[in-house]
Write a protein that binds this ligand. Structure first.
Ligand code: NAP
Length: 246
């Protein structure tokens, strides 16, 4: 198993890619800390992780709340003594064309998708430096590389996450911490629930593989990057898009 005896903190683990990642990591032998805004949101994830034989606990924490994230990490360190892997997965969308985007829409997405990544990473890094190793995986997006209509806020955050990755890989690499970003394309999760079927069909048609991705297909990459098999991969931005270029 790739992640035997590793302790993994996954934000936004209640559903979608975060839930699939928690379950995949559990199957690979990791101890799972599933974080979401509401603890009851992660109950199904915990059930599935435990069914895979893993130790799994849930933590209610909002990634935008810096002191809450610090407290969450303290409680993980009290319980397990270490955090080996952080998957900065929590994310939201508040789409609107640039001329119509409100300040509230802009701030909400920047707070969760960009500042939330900063908060969670700063909360875990001191203990990773102390143990001399760790892996941080950041959820970017294909739109963070190419831009997207109606997503000024989301694209700014997802491009910013690539900037974090490139900077932290330099700062933290010498301390034994690898930092990489994953840039999914269109993945079939509740995040796409608000997208009309006609638009989903158009999106699928744009993908050379002619289908949307599944959360497990992103989780597989996270598991590889989190494992020692990826020991020389640092500062990379890896696409999981079925070949899509927006
Ligand atoms: P999702 O199904 O909407 O799940 C996101 C999870 O994050 C939910 O469980 C949500 O909790 C949680 N969350 C939201 N705000 C949070 C906060 N402030 N603190 C802690 N947890 C919070 O999304 P997804 O599609 O799995 O996406 C996961 C990540 O991949 C996101 O960063 C997203 O931007 C990125 N991504 C997704 C796609 C795609 O096509 N799906 C493509 C590229 C990148 P609630 O349910 O309680 O709100």
């Amino acid at each position: 198993m790739k992640l035997q005896d590793k302790v993994a903190l996954i934000t936004g683990a209640g559903r979608g890619i975060g839930a699939a990642t928690a379950i995949k990591f559990a199957q690979e032998g990791a101890t799972i800390v599933a974080c979401d805004i509401h603890e009851d949101a992660v109950q199904q994830t915990l059930h599935d992780c435990r069914a895979a034989g893993a130790t799994a606990i849930g933590i209610a924490a909002d990634v935008t709340d810096r002191s809450g994230m610090d407290r969450a990490v303290e409680s993980i360190l009290d319980r397990f003594g270490r955090v080996d892997i952080l998957v900065n997965n929590a994310g939201i969308t508040r789409d609107a064309r640039f001329e119509k985007m409100t300040e509230a829409q802009f701030d909400a997405v920047i707070n969760v998708n960009l500042k939330g990544v900063f908060n969670a990473a700063q909360a875990v890094v001191p203990s990773m430096i102390g143990q001399g190793c760790g892996v941080i995986l950041n959820a970017s997006s294909v739109v963070g590389l190419y831009g997207n209509f109606g997503q000024t806020n989301y694209v700014a955050a997802k491009s910013g996450v690539i900037g974090f990755t490139l900077t932290w890989c330099r700062e933290l690499g010498p301390k034994g911490i690898r930092v990489n970003a994953v840039a999914p394309g269109f993945i079939q999760t509740p995040m796409l629930d608000s997208v009309p079927d006609t638009v989903l069909t158009r999106m699928s048609d744009q993908v050379p593989l002619r289908r949307l991705g599944q959360p497990e297909e992103v989780a597989n990459l996270y598991a590889f990057l989190a494992s020692d098999e990826a020991s020389y991969i640092n500062g990379a931005v890896i696409e999981v898009t079925g070949g899509l270029r927006i």
